[in-house]
Design a protein around this ligand. Sequence first.
Ligand code: PGA
Length: 251
Amino acid sequence: MIQYTIVDNMETMGYWAADMVAEQIGRKPDSVLGLATGSTPLPLYGELVRRSEAGEVDFTAVRTVNLDEYVGLPSDHPQSYRYFMREHLFDRIPIDPENTALPDGMAQDLSAECRAYDQLIEKWGGIDLQVLGIGHNGHIGFNEPGSVFTLKTHVVDISERTRIANARFFGDDPQKVPAQAITMGIGNIMAARKIVLLVSGRSKAEILERALCGDVNPLVPASVLQLHPDVTVIADQQAAACIEIPEAAMI
Ligand code: PGA
């Protein structure tokens, strides 16, 4: 059963998500964390930085794998996901850069890069805790509607809807948003031992309801999470507005 924590604000969302990450690292100091970009996880990263500075979480042995990266953006491009992760987390905690993996969107051979990414995840022993957001079209990572559930890391064409949503980071011009990305597949995500899905805002309420309460269907990629044995959803009241959560599923 999917577990739910409903929060009043983003600060509390960050706090509870950080508790899950801290608990994971406390149990296994060299945990492999699957990380996500986007606005929703920012309070989580802020809280992890705070706890790291306070000596409450030790990142020195932690390894991280991110969900995705744009094709064609170098890692020092301010809109690359590597840059985002450095700015909000990696440069602010004592983590070895060698232990922070993202797909290389500048790789000459993108298919070889995808295979290498899968091999790295496997070599590191798989993902212990995967942090996820959800797109307005139900995507997870860049697994857009219609994605095959068994896929591992692969190259995707970014949907028009997602390019419009991300245009705010590219001078409000969807055409400037890269047309492709490398993303972990749903196969990688579903192999994570534990998943925490963070969702905020009224604009996500309908898709969240379809994903978690509707049919499991590749047209709503996040619906696959209903098949995972250990998913916690941390949502604000606005995002959870369309879901009737059974008492027993609340934590
Ligand atoms: P957001 O992105 O957190 O910026 O809304 C979520 C996503 O598209 O996965």
